[in-house]
Design a protein around this ligand. Sequence first.
Ligand code: ZN
Length: 222
Amino acid sequence: MTTVYLSDKLCFICGEKSKYPMGNLSLGNVSVRDLDGRPTLILRSSVYLWIQRCPLCGYCAPEIAEGTDTEKQVVKSEEYLKQLDDAAFPETANSFLCHGIFMRSREQYADAAWAAVFASWICDDNGYSESAHTCRGKAIELFTHAREHSQKFADSMQQEQIYFIDLYRRRSQFDIASRLCDKALEEEHTDRILDLLYLERDLINNRDSAAHSEAEADDPNV
Ligand SMILES: [Zn+2]
């Protein structure tokens, strides 16, 4: 059973006391997902609880009471302040992208990339399709940096490759997605990974850029 409640917290940056929604929802305890990792069914909206935003100073973090010297510096930067209220994105997407700026500053590229993916889901929900496209572009760039720095962003390299393929597919970059998918299919995989790659290949062939659940890979008719 999932519970959500409000908790008083002090902002790490400015000390402002505010109430934040808390819950035991996270990506880690989800069994049914979209191909890009988004939880399906009842946990689909849980992403809105993953980031906290101080109403006074604009600090955005998964845990508002915690931070480092990097956050103290970056929160005052021009780039951060511009992102915080960028009208091209819904507010929660801006919060994730701001969190991503901290992560990138700390060279935690995998975390920064996931923040961009989470921002893309918020954009999807609110009909900001161009902004979702932008977020997925940032995610691809940051996941690439993560690879270059030997930072893992999924359970296996094969799963990481599926995330890349899905990001390109969701951006309607079908040629790149198709090339990556065909290349991956030349290698040996577990049945599960093969099912997901076949699903991606079918979606790419159909020029389908919508969100799809991993569960569709279990359906023999897909
Ligand atoms: Zn604050």
